[in-house]
Design a protein around this ligand. Structure first.
Ligand code: MN
Length: 192
């Protein structure tokens, strides 16, 4: 089954000044597209030829895992942004964050630290386990919490390609701006 690059739910310049059109052009238009092309080139003739992206994330290894998981992770990342929208958790997720972390601000502080301290390339995630309990996890490279039986709710891509054109080496500035474009309606729905 060939995968396709999903359309973005906003214009390429819609997240400016926090994420530039130039970054979207490269991060989405080149990097995300390349992961799609790579996984499509790798799966023919393998047991994953007709697999879903989730099956690839949970069971594949090597290049098929790396590229398939990066397609999953990037789709998940890009669909959680909105130019103007709800900037705080709502509904059951709001209550769960308050319960687990004490407050939204305390959660933001912990998540920011996880994203800032991840060494090298990878992702910071808010996840829930089978009992609905929240936690913050880090994954390296293409790592995805689905593989560990966790449900991803929110992610921050801290590969340098996510911010280098706009922020150069200043990952903390990228993370600070990340909070200003999140769509908490979409994220809260993932928890429900
Ligand atoms: Mn990326």
């Amino acid at each position: 089954m060939a995968f396709t690059l999903p359309a973005l739910p906003y214009a390429h310049d819609a997240l400016e000044p926090y994420i530039s059109a130039k970054t979207i052009e490269f991060h989405y238009g080149k990097h995300h597209q390349a992961y799609v092309n790579n996984v499509n080139a790798l799966i023919p003739g393998t047991p994953f030829e007709n697999a879903s992206l989730e099956e690839i994330v949970c069971k594949a290894d090597g290049g098929i895992f790396n590229n398939g998981a990066q397609v999953y992770n990037h789709t998940f990342y890009f669909e959680q942004f909105i130019p103007d929208g709800c900037r705080e958790p709502i509904d059951a997720l709001k209550d769960a964050i308050d319960k687990e972390f004490g407050s939204f601000d305390a959660f933001k502080e912990q998540f920011t630290k996880a994203a800032a301290t991840l060494f090298g390339s990878g992702w910071a995630w808010l996840v829930k386990d089978g009992n609905g309990k929240l936690s913050i996890v880090q994954t390296s490279n293409a790592g995805c919490p689905l593989r560990d039986g966790l449900t991803p709710l929110l992610t921050c891509d801290v590969w340098e390609h996510a911010y280098y054109l706009d922020k150069q080496n200043l990952r903390p500035k990228y993370i600070e701006d990340f909070w200003k474009i999140l769509d908490w309606k979409v994220i809260s729905k993932r928890f429900a």
